[in-house]
Ligand binder design. Structure first.
Ligand code: KIV
Length: 280
């Protein structure tokens, strides 16, 4: 059954956790769909993880759309959220509406937007009114990395926690269906979660959130450039892939691959005409 925006609130109301992951391509999305993950985020983390950029600043809306449509083709029954990249919504509400519309036309069911200033609140309201569900994102917001001065834990004082909660409440009021809380002490995130009606989705924010999201390539051990403390490895795809690639390379060099099993044979008559005996 197709997961929808209602799945999130239903899970929160039933006290069930929400499991989300990122995907950037068709085949990964297919696996996540088969696993019936509650939501798939086509995160702007793909700038670093899939494209090798230094940060999320480099990715454009047009690049994001290619990945969103690939994921949508791979996971037809999943709820897919397109991450609005840096400067694709910051200039004006009209710009945000237009680019969020492109996300939906490319197959996303919702968009994610970082922050909570007046512009973001207005944009969230307008998007929701236009039929585009919004996943908010507070705490460490990577698109503000230059202003925050790096990957720093947020919500470390009671005052900061109150501020994040106030932002989350405004976003809830504006119509956001859930809010990502990134890099926040577990107790702070739990306090925020307990004071909201909409679900919270934690990343580095402890078990008290309504659900969790992590980068798939991190937890499956495929992306190894860096590993934040909040990442747990559930598989080691890097080693599995490396082993497979080495085996392939050796078999090619030793003329073991392709064998007859992976080859096509020419008909005997045609071989005769070419004067070829036995195998080519
Ligand atoms: O870009 C991303 O992958 C994110 C996280 C919340 C996982 O924003």
């Amino acid at each position: 059954m197709k997961k929808t925006v209602n799945t999130f609130q239903k899970l929160k109301n039933n006290d069930e956790k929400i499991a989300m992951l990122t995907a950037y391509d068709y085949s990964t999305a297919k696996i996540l769909g088969e696993a019936e993950i509650d939501g798939i985020l086509v995160g702007d983390s793909l700038a670093m993880v899939a494209l090798g950029y230094e940060s999320t600043y480099n990715i454009t809306i047009d690049e994001m759309l290619i990945f969103v449509s690939a994921v949508a083709r791979g996971a037809k029954n999943s709820f897919i959220i397109g991450d609005m990249p840096f400067m694709s919504y910051n200039l004006s509400v009209e710009q945000g509406l237009e680019n969020a519309g492109k996300m939906i036309k490319s197959g996303a069911n919702a968009v994610k937007i970082e922050g909570c200033n007046e512009h973001i609140l207005t944009l969230t309201k307008r998007l929701v009114e236009s039929g585009i569900p919004v996943l908010a994102h507070l705490g460490l917001t990577p698109q503000l990395l230059n202003s925050l001065g790096g990957y720093k834990i947020q919500g470390k004082t009671a005052e900061q926690v109150e501020y994040i909660l106030e932002c989350a409440k405004k976003l809830q009021e504006a119509g956001a269906f859930a809010v990502v809380l990134e890099l926040i002490p577990a107790e702070s995130a739990e306090f925020i979660t307990n004071n909201l009606d909409i679900p919270t989705i934690g990343i580095g924010a402890g078990v008290g959130c309504s659900g969790q999201i992590v980068v798939t390539d991190d937890i499956l051990g495929k992306f190894t450039d860096f590993a934040p403390k909040f990442v747990k490895k559930f598989a080691n795809l890097h080693n599995i892939m490396l082993e497979g690639v080495k085996k392939y390379s050796k078999e090619v060099k030793d003329c073991e691959f392709p064998s007859n099993k992976e080859s096509f044979e020419l008909n005997e008559n045609e071989k005769e005409k070419l004067g070829v005996r036995g195998k080519l």
